[in-house]
Structures are given as structure tokens and as C-alpha cells.
Design a protein around this ligand. Structure first.
Ligand code: CA2
Length: 154
């Protein structure tokens, strides 16, 4: 059974505590529970993480690249939070690790402030999902299963 790594960036530990109109009222623990269910129904094991530190996220992406090369990881779902709009280092890490990665946002970043319209992650990602609220995490896990099937058709 392969693992799906769900990686959350800065401030996502605050989910459910503020800005419910933008991010909903579910907490990150609720999101993890939703991901456990989605992974179970798609035959993945879940590795769920959050960090407020860019270097920790970079290390996790490098680790994911090694795990995918070893055949134990299906890919990464990354909500890089605000680092999406600032981090060339995360862009380089994704490219360098050669990992299959789905960029995810809870909100529709393109319908928000102009500074959220540009993503350094998108050009290095296999797919992008935004605007489905926290349900997007479940949809992205289904997407990872679909990508795995595309790569190895039955
Ligand atoms: O929509 C998303 O998922 C974002 O990645 C969330 C980031 C934001 O900077 C991106 O532009 C879009 C912010 C995550 C912080 O989440 C909070 C949740 C509740 C209270 C405070 C912050």
C-alpha cells in the first residue's frame, strides 16, 4: 500500500479558529480525519503534516522524492499557504525531488487579492486544486489515485 503525503504550510494550524468565511470552520484535525477516510477509500496510507517553517517543508518534499523513487509513496498534496506566493525555494525543491505533487488551496486564490494570484508552486506541480473548501483535500486524494491510474493503466 502506497502512502499519500498531505503537507500543510504556515498558519494552517489555525484553521477553524478565525476567518471562517474564507476557510470554513473545520480544524486541521478535522481535515486530517477527512484525509484518513479519503485515503482508506483509495487504498493509500496517510502521512499528514503541518509546518510553519519553509525549510521543514523543503525537507519533507526531498524525503517524499526519495520515497516515491523507492516505490513507497504515491505523491504529495501540498497546501503551501502563503509560501505559495513567495517561495522559489519550494518551487526548486519540488522540481529537484521529482515528486508527483498536487497544489491545493482551500479558497479560490484567483478570486482574492492580486498578491494571491501568482503561485511559485503551480509550474512545478502536476495538478492544481482551489476553491472547494476543505473538501478539496478529499478531492485531491481522489486526484492522486487518478494520476496513479493514468501512469499505470489496468
Ligand atoms: O486557500 C488556501 O488554502 C491558502 O493556501 C491559505 C493560506 C493563504 O495564504 C493562501 O493564499 C491560500 C493561508 C492559510 C492560513 O489559514 C488560516 C486559517 C484560519 C485563520 C488564520 C489563517
Amino acid at each position: 500500500m502506497k502512502t499519500a503525503l498531505v503537507l500543510n504550510g504556515p498558519n494552517l494550524n489555525l484553521l477553524g479558529t478565525r476567518e471562517p468565511a474564507v476557510y470554513g470552520s473545520q480544524t486541521l484535525a478535522d481535515v486530517e480525519a477527512l484525509c484518513v477516510k479519503a485515503c482508506a477509500s483509495h487504498g493509500f496510507k496517510l502521512d499528514f503534516r503541518q509546518s510553519n517553517h519553509e525549510g521543514v517543508l523543503i525537507d519533507a518534499i526531498h524525503e517524499a522524492g526519495r520515497a516515491q523513487a523507492a516505490g513507497t509513496l504515491a505523491g504529495v498534496i501540498l497546501n503551501a499557504g502563503a509560501y505559495t506566493h513567495t517561495s522559489v525555494a519550494l518551487h526548486d525543491a519540488i522540481k529537484g525531488a521529482g515528486v508527483t505533487l498536487i497544489e491545493l488551496h482551500i479558497s479560490n486564490v484567483h478570486a482574492r487579492e492580486a498578491f494571491r494570484h501568482h503561485s511559485y508552486i503551480s509550474p512545478a506541480a502536476k495538478a492544481v486544486m482551489a476553491g472547494f473548501g476543505v473538501k478539496g483535500y478529499g478531492l485531491a486524494i481522489a486526484g492522486l489515485a487518478a494520476l496513479a491510474e493514468l501512469a499505470q493503466p489496468a
